[in-house]
Ligand binder design. Sequence first.
Ligand code: ROI
Length: 154
Amino acid sequence: MAAPTTCYIGLGSNLDEPRQQLDRACRALGQLPASQLIRCSSYYTTKAIGPGCQPDYQNAVAELTSALSPLELLDQLQRIEQSQGRQRSVRWGARTLDLDLLLYGQLSLDSARLTLPHPRLHERRFVLEPLLEIAPQLALPERGSAAQLLAKLD
Ligand code: ROI
């Protein structure tokens, strides 16, 4: 099996007790095979970005080390989303749980199922703030310092 890689997962919920959804998701991340949950950020209450009117979100970021491949990890994240009642019918719609694979080490990847780093990571305050709380020195492949990316959003 591959050497463990440090990965960051974005968590978001705005339906059905969002804080409890994130608690449950963090516990599930702690039980992933061949992986170790290192830390989870605090929860941030954020205004919904995107079309339409939605309830506020709870957002957080978790750091894992994992020996799963990127697609194996993605499969596991989608399994957790489904186990918490995620429906994928409406794009940008309200959701019980969204788990985004943000970063897999310093890997850059563009495949049908998965783009790494996450394609909108650098422009989303609701991701960068919790990410910087747990990884203040982080640099993104090709885009550089996460702290500078957040400062540019101000
Ligand atoms: N807005 C916020 N604030 N947080 C999210 O996690 C989130 N997720 C989404 C969209 C609909 C883009 N908006 C969001 O998928």
